[in-house]
Design a protein around this ligand. Structure first.
Ligand code: FRU
Length: 585
């Protein structure tokens, strides 16, 4: 044998040996059992098993089996015929992992489409993803939860399904921000467990610890209140070993969404219980005593109360301070579906007394896409700041996105003001978002303000004459129609673009053909802002939403819209002092 071929052989042998030392590519086997269970055995280390999802298929159950009693089944719409998108299932570290799947037939497409991967691509794929409203990178989101501030960070936890973009598997998702505008999403903070879904709840900061309470919800145990704490700023939580901490005394089914607050040296939790709100008191955030209830016969009745909040606000222009109870109701919104109402009154540590007559209904926002709004605790400037979920249970699961579904509304600073004999709550964009607003170019031609092409993150600021009508339009023939007439300010989105389902812009509740529309949502501007010749209106637009603030936020209206291209013109009579700005993060 020649020297050169000997050398070549030796090199080849060395290379082969080096290759053999590389960890083997992870692989998996799939074994279907007769009892409907399928076992996926993974050999080799991989961060994720990527699960193929088909949204309109039913849920099957998936569990990572580590042998721990805490291993929890998740409901996942695994692909049967086609793959809409993937979601990552995190695998435990180590050379072997076992994933179990229940109820997925052996001929389902998912079996040939499962993938192992160390990465998951969250690059945005959605045309309608907003620019300055919070959305999760992927997965489903509903209510904001547990919002608080600590050590320079605002925490937004939220109802989150990491295993698909429809409601299910409630976890507390988590995002942090220095200013409530620029958010960084972190891994879920509190994960669905064997006590149930992690439903909505709240947080309170005590010393170095964030205490959070949420509702554990399951068919087996019902709706019960559980607690958890974090000493690393919400990155990891320890659940109380003796959860649940509060259970419904009367065995009622709907008992959820605890909101914590402090009053006179005690902690309180306010919990929605059918169509009333119940107060509980504690001195240690662990043991709770029932105190009282409020709500029977008040506001929109009889409706399921959800997601309470409770805080004190000074009343502008007076020496008064008043307690405000936020009560989200679903259904019950005058325009269909879900909405938030509130009651103003006094609290003495035992009972809440509402100032208004029982039938008085005060909506926090007069659109269809403002729900489950709750406020931050421990806000460093002492402000009461809320964030609403910007959707409605009537169509939330049908919105035209897939990578993620749902967005939050802008953070809003709440204030109380007196109009006539009533005290109302208004809301205005927080200063931090105002700091992102820059003048934008626009031109005026007759009655039309040309907003420019392709600009979807605009703020239009103007005076609107009582009696006028105006529209936002685009080159696709799509239109959002507004009218300020007969004491109302109306927004009609029935021709605004994609209409996700019949409940989105129905022929409606209170048709007034003289308004130029039979559909829409309306603000009673005269009642809330007084009878005036002009109202000051701001429209905050962000790709697929319009938030309207009237007279400095005394009245607001929040609605989603899905135009094919951004609205590029505002046309109407009776508009003056128009300014156009853009929101630039
Ligand atoms: C409100 C709500 C809450 C519940 C959560 C479940 O939107 O129904 O009452 O905790 O959503 O995701």
């Amino acid at each position: 044998m020649k020297l050169q071929s000997l050398f070549t052989l030796a090199t080849a042998a060395m290379m082969l040996a080096a290759c053999n030392r590389q960890p083997a590519e992870p692989t998996f086997t799939v074994a279907h059992q007769d009892d409907g269970l399928t076992i996926v055995n993974v050999t080799g280390e991989s961060r994720y098993l990527l699960l193929p999802i088909e949204e309109d298929k039913g849920e099957v159950q998936v569990r990572v089996n580590t042998g721990d009693a805490a291993d929890t089944w998740m409901d996942v719409r695994l692909a049967v015929d086609t793959v809409d998108y993937y979601v990552p299932l995190a695998l435990p570290a180590g050379p072997k992992a076992c994933v179990e799947v229940r109820n997925l037939p052996a001929d389902a497409l998912a079996w040939s489409r499962l993938q192992l991967s160390d990465t998951f691509d969250t690059t945005n794929r959605e045309y309608y993803r907003p620019a300055y409203h919070f959305t999760p990178a992927y997965g489903w989101m509903n209510d904001p939860n547990g919002m608080t501030w600590k050590d320079g960070e605002y925490h937004l936890f939220f109802q989150y399904n990491p295993y698909g973009s429809k409601w299910g598997n409630m976890h507390w998702g988590h995002a942090v921000s220095p200013d409530m505008v620029h958010w960084t999403q972190l891994p879920p903070a509190i994960v669905r467990d064997t006590l149930g879904h992690i439903f909505s709840g709240s947080s309170i900061v005590k010393g170095d610890t964030i205490f959070s309470y949420y509702t554990s919800a399951s068919d087996k145990y019902g709706q019960i209140q559980a607690g958890a704490w974090s000493t690393d700023n919400g990155r990891t939580y320890t659940k109380f070993a003796d959860n649940p901490r509060i259970t419904p005394a009367d065995g009622r089914r709907d008992f959820r969404d605890p909101k914590l607050f402090a009053y006179d040296g005690h902690y309180y939790a306010i919990i929605s219980a059918d169509n009333e709100m119940q107060f509980f008191r504690s001195d240690n955030l662990h043991d709770w005593t029932y105190v009282s209830a409020f709500g029977d016969g008040y506001g929109v009745q009889p409706r399921q109360f959800e997601c309470p909040d409770f805080f004190e606000l000074p009343v502008e222009g007076t020496n008064l301070k008043k307690y405000v109870m936020i009560v989200n109701v679903n259904p019950g919104c005058w325009f269909g579906g879900s909405a938030g109402e509130y009651f103003v009154g006094d609290f003495d540590g035992t009972t809440f007394k509402c100032d208004s007559r029982k039938e008085m209904v005060k909506w926090l926002d007069w659109g269809k896409d403002h729900y489950a709004a709750v406020t931050f605790s421990n806000e460093p400037k002492g402000r009461i700041v809320s964030i609403p979920w910007m959707s409605n249970w009537q169509y939330a699961n049908d919105l035209p996105t897939r990578q993620y579904r749902s967005q939050m509304g802008m953070p809003r600073q709440l204030f109380a003001y007196k109009q006539g004999t009533e005290i109302y709550v208004g809301q205005k964009p927080v200063d931090e978002i105002l700091a992102q607003v820059k003048p934008a170019e626009f031109t005026t031609e007759g009655n039309t303000i040309k907003l420019g092409e392709g600009k979807a993150q605009l703020v239009i600021d103007m005076d609107v004459k009582n009696g006028s009508t105006f529209s936002l339009t685009n080159g696709e023939g799509e239109e959002v129609f507004f009218a300020c007439k007969a004491g109302r300010l109306i927004m009609d989105r029935s021709r605004s673009g994609i209409i996700p389902n019949d409940a989105f812009a129905p022929e409606t509740y209170d048709p007034k053909p003289s308004m130029g529309t039979t559909s829409g949502t309306w603000i009673p501007v005269e009642q809330l802002c007084g009878k005036k010749n002009t109202y000051h209106v701001q429209l905050w637009m962000d790709i697929c939403s319009i938030e309207m603030y009237v007279d400095g936020g005394r009245a607001t209206m929040t609605n989603l819209v899905f135009p094919k291209t951004p609205y590029n013109a505002l046309t109407g009579s009776g508009l003056s002092n128009v300014k156009v700005c853009s929101v630039e993060l």
